[in-house]
Write a protein that binds this ligand. Structure first.
Ligand code: FES
Ligand SMILES: [Fe+2]
Length: 465
């Protein structure tokens, strides 16, 4: 395969429905079988992709199946610090070797059809009657399981079908430098659920890539900022290699204080009352995520807030600054592997970090929610939600994994916030199918990350294998 350069890939072929203007995304990119086929052949075949979380395979021999388009891969723990990803097809007659999740007992991978077997290194370990096969069909190389390239970041196993792909660390830059200080790599799964929807994988992903929809889709989350939510409080970033992120603006603190002072002056509030207002707002927005998302805020974070009592906020700081420090103190006391949050980290709490092509992480206070969107066809996808939090050092994490696929309106499976988001996904896909609506129209500020994702997809699609 041809490895893509780290930036500015050579564009050698015309891409159908290509992005020519970041403010417009052609509708066919979301349902054309031709476009889907090209993504399958030229994107998924050579992009680094999150294939598993490490907690899915804690013990040697544990495996989880990863599926993307027509590919099936077994991600297997082969050593304490080693994972392999085998193409899930027997070297005899291509039968899938395993499905779902499980453990290869005694370190043997056994084909269910005629019993050919392999050790965890992928080497052939047993074939009944090999004398009856022609010798040149039986070389160790022909019998060895096919592998993908494997690397790790952020508690996840990433794979690449292209064995010549550039290192994962290069492909992910600069996201680890933004997310590592937020202790993402030490977070563990609290819950993991999925929906399957009649929508392209990008439509599902894009529903979570910007904060512009919050005021309309989740009015309860922007209750105190009203309609100024996106424009005044966030900054938008995108990278040439397809990643993007949204975070609080460096002016966030000043804007909050100014808004507070304005309303306080109107109300004639004292400093103590202003602090109380900030604490009440924080408590309410925490509650919206704790009760409505079931991630990004955990009960312990509300308990820390309640335990703070009447604190005096030094000039130039906000109550939230002190709260961030109190969360860190709690983590230290309870052996949570949390790094001390710097002012930069605090600005990134509640941000949206999209890792090209199909993963998103929203970290806050040592917790996070992670999303992954995978195609099941041109206009069908599986979208996963993974709650994450820091657990005490040394605490044995239980084997985690996808609990199941649930209906998008299942109130027992999902909180209010994701159910609100899910409501937009199929509605948008249907709108894109209408004959008069040939494109999405995007803001080149709030939604630039979306066109950036598409531009990077085009870089892959334009480069033949
Ligand atoms: S197909 Fe696997 S052993 Fe025959
Ligand atoms: Fe949302």
């Amino acid at each position: 395969m041809t490895e893509l350069p780290t930036s500015e890939p050579a564009v050698t072929e015309e891409v159908p429905y290509a992005i020519t203007d970041p403010c417009y995304i052609p509708a066919e990119r979301y349902f054309s079988p031709e476009f889907y086929q090209l993504e399958k052949e030229r994107l998924w075949s050579r992009t680094w992709q999150m294939a598993a979380r490490l907690e899915e395979i804690p013990e040697i021999g544990d495996f989880v199946e990863y599926r993307i388009c027509d590919e099936t891969v077994l991600v297997v723990r082969t050593g304490e610090h080693e994972v392999k990803a085998f193409v899930n097809a027997c070297r005899h007659r291509a039968t899938q070797l395993a499905t779902g999740t499980g453990t290869f007992a005694a370190g043997e991978i056994v084909c269910p059809f005629h019993g050919w077997s392999w050790n965890l290194r992928g080497e052939s370990s047993y074939i009944y009657g090999d004398h009856a096969f022609r010798a040149d069909c039986m070389t160790p190389e022909k019998l060895r399981l096919r592998e993908c390239k494997v690397d790790f970041w952020g508690g996840c196993v990433f794979i690449n079908f292209d064995l010549a792909a550039r290192p994962l660390a290069d492909a992910l830059e600069p996201m680890p430098s933004l997310l590592d200080p937020m202790s993402v790599e030490d977070m563990k799964v609290t819950w993991w659920r999925a929906i399957e929807v009649e929508a392209n994988w990008k439509i599902a992903l894009e529903a979570f890539m910007e904060g512009y929809h919050v005021m309309q889709t989740h009015p309860q989350l922007s209750f105190w900022m009203g309609r100024k939510f996106s424009s005044d409080f966030q900054t938008y970033h995108h990278e040439k290699n397809g990643h993007s992120w949204v975070q609080r603006s460096p002016q966030y603190r000043a804007l909050m204080l100014a808004a507070l002072a304005k309303s306080a002056a109107a109300d004639g509030a004292s400093a103590a009352e202003m602090t109380k207002t900030q604490r009440d707002q924080l408590r309410a927005s925490n509650a919206n995520l704790l009760d409505g998302l079931w991630a990004m805020v955990e009960q312990k974070d509300q308990d820390v807030l309640d335990a703070m009592g009447d604190v005096e906020v030094p000039a130039g700081q906000t109550f939230a600054d002190l709260y961030g420090d109190a969360i860190y103190d709690y983590a230290l006391e309870h052996n949570l592997p949390m790094r001390r949050p710097t002012p930069d980290v605090k600005l990134r709490w509640s941000g949206i970090f999209q890792l090209f092509p199909n993963t998103i992480i929203l970290p806050q206070y040592g917790n996070a929610i992670q999303y992954r969107s995978r195609p099941l066809g041109p206009d069908r996808c599986i979208f996963e939600l993974i709650g994450l939090t820091l657990k005490p050092d040394g605490e044995q994490a239980e084997r985690a994994g996808l609990e199941g696929v649930f209906a998008a309106d299942d109130e027992a499976a999902f909180g209010l916030v994701p159910r609100q988001d899910f409501g937009n996904i199929e509605a948008q896909q249907r709108g894109l199918r209408t004959r008069s609506h040939r494109e999405q129209r995007l803001s080149d500020v709030y939604e630039r990350g979306i066109s950036n994702l598409h531009e990077q997809i085009d870089s892959y699609l334009a480069t033949p294998l």
